[in-house]
Design a protein around this ligand. Structure first.
Ligand code: CDP
Length: 227
């Protein structure tokens, strides 16, 4: 069974706060594995899209997710790859379509139950950096360190826009910001495991910090260095 995070670092926070880039680098530095749980909820959304589920129908959405096998594996760079029924669907996970629907799917308690169970199993070997929305509050409540990364909505939307701007069909900055605001609202106000810092989380505002500065700060925290 799970150790509930005894040797894990939990990183939570709103969309595009830098959790994935920072978490991957931190994990590499301290020799931990890395899991981006957001990719699992995105995969659940891909499954619902592929099943032509009605996004207003909770039962249909839950069934679409129950009917598939979602597996998270580590890529060559320590990144998270997602397989649905054995097929790598990672390139589909960051589409605008998934972005605009994922919060509806991830608010469903049955979907969360399936994902949290899989995440705890993955953490049971210890030595893992896990990023998401509810890692410190629900998934790994005994994590060694809980970090809450955040930045203003404007900073985060701009970061995501720059990250995606060369993709075909990339929407303008205003649309990226609007989808992100809606996603943050749903994620923070949902009844099942809403986004919020754990009571014992270290909160890091990253508006004026580079990725490298955040990684250094978190590496110090993970090594028990106090500043
Ligand atoms: O990369 P970004 O921060 O934009 O989002 P993500 O981490 O890939 O998460 C996508 C969505 O999955 C979030 O907006 C949440 O709705 C959901 N999610 C969640 O509910 N719980 C998690 N532990 C991780 C993600």
């Amino acid at each position: 069974m799970s150790n509930n995070g005894a040797t894990a670092i939990a990183i939570d926070g709103p969309a595009a706060a830098g959790k994935t880039v920072v978490g991957t680098r931190l994990a590499k530095k301290i020799g931990y594995r890395f899991l981006d749980t957001g990719m699992m909820y995105r995969a659940a959304t891909v499954a619902a899209l592929d099943a032509n589920a009605d996004f207003d129908d909770v039962e249909q959405l839950a069934k679409a997710v129950e009917n598939i096998d979602i597996e998270a594996r580590s890529g060559a760079e320590g990144d998270t790859l997602i397989f649905i029924n054995g097929v790598d669907i990672t390139p589909r996970l960051r589409s605008h379509d998934v972005d605009s629907r994922v919060s509806v799917v991830s608010a469903i308690p049955r979907v969360r139950e399936i994902m949290v169970d899989a995440q705890r199993k993955l953490a049971s070997g210890g030595g893992i950096v896990m990023v998401g929305r509810d890692i410190g509050t629900v998934v790994l409540t005994n994590a060694e360190y809980k970090i809450y990364l955040t930045a203003t909505l404007e900073t985060r939307a701009e970061r995501r826009f720059i990250e995606m701007k060369d993709r075909p069909g990339q929407p303008p900055l205003e649309d990226v910001l609007a989808v992100m605001r809606r996603r943050d609202d749903i994620d923070s106000s949902r009844e099942a495991s809403p986004l919020r810092p754990a009571d014992d989380a270290i909160i890091l505002e990253t508006d004026d910090l580079t990725v490298e500065q955040v990684v250094c700060r978190l590496t110090d925290i993970a090594k028990g260095v106090t500043s």
